[in-house]
Design a protein around this ligand. Structure first.
Ligand code: SF4
Ligand code: SF4
Length: 124
């Protein structure tokens, strides 16, 4: 068994160190480059092509009617837009890589907190 005095330098060393933890959510660790955060979706770039919806194996994307009926090229209008359920999304990045119009980016941070599922979605 160690003598109590042996631990004293170790105790002092840790007593003088800054705390390792952060006061989240006021403080946040910088995210590493390439980290897959929450989904950012570009309304401007999206054409409603449904590729993301088809590719998502987690069933985290639903296609809903486009409330704006945004005009596209050649007189067409966008009929649907995707809704991303962040509580279901596993950040696999398949939708980001497959979107032909570069409308999805997984760079939206990490803090997902909420009680109501409908509020944990993009677009809100
Ligand atoms: S794949 Fe891209 S362009 Fe197509 S519906 Fe999804 S977000 Fe929109
Ligand atoms: S990152 Fe993966 S799980 Fe999340 S919405 Fe895109 S395809 Fe689905």
């Amino acid at each position: 068994m160690r003598k109590p005095g042996v631990l004293l330098p170790l105790l002092l060393e840790h007593f003088l160190k800054k705390p390792f933890t952060l006061l989240y959510p006021r403080e946040e660790w910088p995210l590493p480059r390439g980290y897959r955060g929450m989904i950012l979706w570009s309304d401007e770039a999206c054409t409603g092509c449904r590729v993301c919806f088809t590719i998502c194996s987690a069933k985290a994307i639903e296609m809903i009617e486009d409330p704006e009926k945004k005009p596209l090229e050649k007189g067409r209008v966008r009929k649907q837009i995707p809704v991303f359920y962040l509580d279901r999304c596993m950040r696999c990045s398949q939708c980001e890589e497959s979107c032909p119009f570069d409308a999805i980016h997984l760079q939206g941070g990490v803090g997902l907190v909420g009680y109501i599922r409908e509020k944990m979605r993009v677009p809100t």
